[in-house]
Design a protein. Structure first.
Length: 581
């Protein structure tokens, strides 16, 4: 085997892994919404978690990706440790699907049917179809299907390159003597573990073994320990991804490692006890890509069946390895490990933004309450809430910008765009809540009061402000575009009320009914009311315009105000009757 064969092997491995990632990306985009629905209905049942792990891993063709996702879910609070155990076990079974696909390369025969199902025959056809879809269709589903087809073709091309590169090893006596060393179970497990840890993909390392078996005689005695080691090596990715996470996320990564190691030990000891006492005749036979896939599946099935009844004990073991700290760790809201799985990351970002919307609305309502009854405890809580909303904006802004750089479908791109445009407005709502707190504090400290006429007017505009806050947050959380259309007419009315109230207050000042000092406070209060209504309008317009694949705010506002075909005037008049001063 020359240096050029090594170059070909490395190139084949690179193409193989790229094809696998491309195929997984296409499959994930095709089924992103389904994955989201599955996760939304996830319960604490280990059996349902097991099925989920099998399905998700079979879809995205990577147990490493699934386990990294699970670590991210636990870290961000989507999933608890109990739920993660079944998913981790399911991923072990789901990952065997890749080996079965790769086993097609080892099919031998001269019949037309055999030749037809060989990857070397249909992979180029799939690649051609994929390219046609990419070039001549605008449908996102077809483009994602194209990614799957092209990714599969590239994966198989990489497999063929690796097989061709290692073919000279079949004639190398030195290599054959090296393979015999791996018949030692411990050495074989170590080699399999290291190989998978280096390339961080059990599917890829199993693929290398399958490629090697096509041209080079490898016995079952050699292959079995290596396959067992490959199952342990795949845990390295999850362990690395848990660095910097909270304790529960690290426990989840440790759980994955424990499941694999205990599974190998449980299989290895009785297997070799029987081998040394009774003996297995097949261990001297050479493996094929199909037999590697079969053993890979059998091992993971047996391991799961044996360990599944001991989920609670495994969880306790993880807690023994990673003990509780003296103080409880704060659960991270967002985790960048989720970003490659766009549908899940976007769902999490939307949920966090919904929490931010609730918090912003609550802060405004609490601040308005201080105008009626000042309370220092409420003031302190509002400052804490404002700091929390700022933290939401910082984390969400960074997270969404990184998420926007991913290859997103139209719906997901709209969602990310909407979130990016609205988080700033929700943050400003909490800022204005603090401004109202300052107004209330000034009135309390200086013992200022408004006239009865002024107080009555404030009650009217406050009720209008509460309604526009409710409509805005509810329409955003439920993505109700029809409800969002009620925001702008109410915002216009609040602006008109604001102007009318300021003019009336000037008259009261001239008549001596209100003090100048109270007048300044009154003006500050109304300014904040107006700004809150403006930000509500921004949020509602963003919802509507992004859904229409546009963001022309002025054009939309001109349309709703002056186009006689819409319901703006009717809604405005209804609000005008409801809120009169």
């Amino acid at each position: 085997m020359t240096i050029f064969n090594v170059f070909t092997l490395l190139g084949g491995l690179a193409i193989f892994i790229y094809g696998m990632n491309l195929m997984g990306e296409g499959l994930e985009k095709r089924s992103g919404d389904k994955l989201k629905i599955i996760l939304e209905h996830l319960t604490s049942s280990p059996l349902k978690g097991l099925i989920l792990g099998i399905v998700v891993t079979a879809v995205i063709q990577s147990s490493s990706a699934t386990t990294v996702m699970v670590v991210g879910f636990v870290n961000s609070g989507i999933m608890n440790i109990t739920q993660s155990i079944g998913v981790l076990m399911g991923s072990n079974i789901g990952t065997t699907m890749t080996a079965w696909i790769l086993s097609l390369t080892g099919i031998e025969g001269e019949s037309f049917l055999i030749q037809l199902i060989k990857p070397s025959t249909f992979a180029p056809i799939l690649a051609f179809i994929g390219v046609v879809f990419t070039m001549f269709t605008k449908s996102e589903n077809k483009k994602n299907t194209a990614l799957v087809l092209i990714g599969f073709a590239i994966l198989m091309t990489g497999m063929d390159l690796m097989s061709a590169a290692v073919e000279p090893l079949s004639e190398s006596e030195a290599f054959q003597r090296t393979l015999i060393l791996f018949e030692n179970p411990i050495l074989g497990v170590i080699v399999g573990t290291l190989l998978t840890a280096i390339i961080q993909s059990s599917s890829a390392s199993v693929g290398i073994l399958q490629a090697l078996s096509i041209s080079t005689p490898i016995s079952f005695a050699t292959a079995i320990p290596i396959i067992l080691g490959q199952n342990i090596g795949t845990t390295v990715t999850a362990l690395l991804s848990s660095i910097g996470t909270n304790r529960n996320a690290r426990r989840t990564a440790v759980l994955h490692f424990l499941i694999k190691v205990i599974g190998v030990i449980v299989f290895l000891i009785p297997f070799y006890v029987i081998q040394f006492t009774v003996g297995f005749d097949f261990l001297g036979d050479n493996v094929t890509p199909a037999s590697i896939a079969i053993f890979h599946t059998i091992f993971n099935l047996i391991s799961t069946l044996v360990l599944f009844p001991f989920c609670k004990q495994l969880e306790k073991l993880a807690y023994l390895v990673i003990k509780d700290a003296d103080t409880e760790e704060e659960v991270q809201l967002l985790d960048e490990r989720l970003i490659p799985t766009q549908s899940i990351a976007i769902a999490r970002a939307k949920k966090v933004t919904n929490d931010m919307a609730h918090l912003s609305r609550e802060s405004v309502l609490m601040a308005l309450g201080l105008m009626q009854e000042y309370n220092q405890e409420t003031v302190d809580k509002l400052y804490e809430m404002e700091e929390k909303v700022d933290n939401y904006e910082d984390k969400l802004g960074t997270y969404l910008v990184k998420l926007s750089r991913e290859s997103l479908n139209t719906e997901d791109a709209h969602t990310v765009s909407t979130l990016l445009h609205t988080i700033g407005n929700f943050e400003r709502l909490s800022d204005h809540a603090i401004n109202i707190v300052k107004v209330a504090k000034e009135m309390h400290d200086k013992n200022l009061t408004f006239s009865s006429a002024c107080s009555d007017e404030i009650k009217v505009i406050t009720n209008a402000l509460i309604e526009i806050m409710d409509i805005t947050t509810d329409s955003f959380i439920s993505n109700d575009l029809e409800k969002a259309k009620y925001v702008e007419p109410l915002e216009q009315l609040i602006d008109k009320l604001n102007i009318k109230m300021k003019n009336r207050h000037i008259m009261r000042l001239q008549q001596g009914d209100c003090s100048i000092e109270a007048g300044f406070v009154f003006s500050d209060l109304l300014t904040n009311y107006e700004r809150i209504a403006d930000h509500c309008s921004n949020i509602a317009v963003c919802l509507i315009e992004v859904a229409n694949d546009s963001f022309e705010t002025h054009e939309y506002l001109n349309h709703v105000k002056f186009d006689g075909q819409n319901d703006f005037v009717e809604r405005y008049e209804n609000y005008k009757k409801k809120y009169t001063i």
